[in-house]
Design a protein around this ligand. Structure first.
Ligand SMILES: [Zn+2]
Length: 432
């Protein structure tokens, strides 16, 4: 009898051990294949029987003395906390936690408010789904497009083959039109949709010019007072011309606000819309023959992510939640739509330098892990879509038109086709 009990006990222990081994190897694989860019994070991370450990440096890792530890039994609570609390709260909680295990009361408190997601029906496939659409960049006119350097200007001087006198395309206008159409398509099927910005607006709810006038001094003063900005940088930023200031400060500052604003909506899905260009097309003053489609998801992280607590929290969320798996699935479906309905070839890693040098490829064609601020910071399944090359010789003539109207939005048929491709990919995502 006693032997039998011991055997059962041993069997139970072995089962528990193997279950934990599987869990360790699943997360280890995600770390190796999606997150750890060329081994950059190896000195700081260990995944073992206790959970996921984050170390200050290689020596602390050697001594097995982590500064942060998420135990396996805490992962669900951690994910819930990331998805429901703001970054300030999160940082305070994680700072207190360190490598200690959460007590019963903390597990209960942080595990509350989890979201209840209704299931799919064919009549209203998006009912109850919260979707953010992020129209890339800011520009609603060519002046702003020039400031943020997201524009094409073809003229007869550089490109004698041009039929018009000149062609101007602003990426921020294309992304906003695409987002507005996609919003209508999704809302018709029951989704709750939030656009991260308005027309010609930053995510601060005003134009860049207005922000400079109303907010620049207040924001820089406050950063100087908190010690986040030293006196030299403060005075140099205050003297910056508008375009220089955009690149020295505003661009990153606005992206951080974009992440914050998107997360505060607590989306199930985030669609980030961009239009690409051929990187080898010098100065983009004439068309290129190249055209590729691709999408980015989180991961491909480098050591600088671990410089602050926020980055470590971003890393743990990507490692421990199913956001990366969901993002890869949605992005693969989106790239397939761009390929089949828009007839754009899918990019391979060798097709662009930024894919070769900054990204990890995934098993899904055209989907790459890239350590972009939005891919890293947004707490939901996402697709960062780069549907096509605007400077392509066949794309620019259509993209530069404003000859069609859909749902009251003046645009062209190519932009509408792009919006539809995103819509169909989302339908597939929720139905499969
Ligand atoms: Zn873009």
């Amino acid at each position: 009898m006693k032997t039998k009990l011991i055997l059962i006990f041993l069997f139970f222990c072995a089962g528990h051990f193997f279950a934990q081994q599987t869990q360790v190897s699943i997360y280890q694989q995600r770390f190796d294949n999606y997150l750890n860019f060329k081994g950059a994070l190896s000195p700081f991370v260990k995944i073992d029987q206790s959970g996921v450990k984050i170390f200050k440096d290689a020596l602390s890792k050697k001594n097995d003395s982590p500064e942060l530890l998420i135990y396996w039994e805490e992962t669900a609570t951690f994910i819930n906390l990331v998805k429901t609390a703001g970054m300030d709260t999160l940082e305070a909680v994680m700072c207190r936690k360190g490598k200690n295990k959460w007590k019963e009361a903390e597990l209960k408190r942080y595990g509350q408010n989890s979201k209840n997601i209704p299931s799919y029906t064919e009549q209203a496939p998006f009912t109850g789904k919260k979707i953010v659409i992020d129209p890339g960049h800011i520009a609603g006119n060519m002046d702003m497009a020039r400031i943020e350097q997201k524009f094409l200007h073809f003229s007869k001087k550089n490109y004698p083959g041009l039929t018009a006198d000149s062609i101007d395309i602003a990426e921020g206008i294309l992304t906003y039109q695409t987002a507005s159409i996609l919003k209508k398509l999704l809302e018709e099927k029951g989704a709750e949709v939030f656009l991260s910005r308005g027309n010609n607006e930053s995510t601060f709810g005003m134009t860049y010019a207005d922000w400079l006038q109303k907010r620049k001094k207040i924001v820089l003063d406050s950063l100087k007072n908190t010690g986040d900005l030293n006196a030299t940088r403060y005075s140099s930023l205050m003297k910056d011309k508008d375009q220089q200031f955009f690149w020295d400060f505003f661009r990153d500052y606005e992206l951080a606000q974009r992440v914050k604003k998107i997360n505060s909506f607590q989306p199930d899905i985030t669609i980030i819309i961009h239009y690409n260009v051929d990187e080898k097309n010098t100065d983009w003053v004439k068309p290129s023959a190249a055209n590729y489609t691709m999408a980015f998801i989180g991961g491909g992280m480098t050591a600088d992510v671990f410089k602050n607590l926020k980055g470590k929290i971003n890393f743990l969320r990507l490692l421990l939640s199913e956001d990366l798996a969901g993002s890869e699935k949605l992005s693969a479906l989106t790239v397939q739509q761009f390929n089949t309905s828009l007839h754009i070839p899918i990019a391979k890693q060798a097709d662009a330098l930024y894919l070769k040098d900054n990204c990890l490829s995934t098993a899904s064609a055209g989907v790459f892990c890239r350590n972009l601020a939005l891919c890293r910071g947004i707490n939901s399944v996402l697709v960062y879509g780069e549907c096509l090359f605007q400077d392509n010789v066949n794309e620019y003539p259509v993209l530069s038109k404003q000859d069609k109207n859909y749902f009251g939005i003046q645009t062209n048929e190519r932009v509408y086709a792009v919006a539809q491709a995103y819509y169909k990919a989302l339908l597939n995502y929720f139905s499969k």
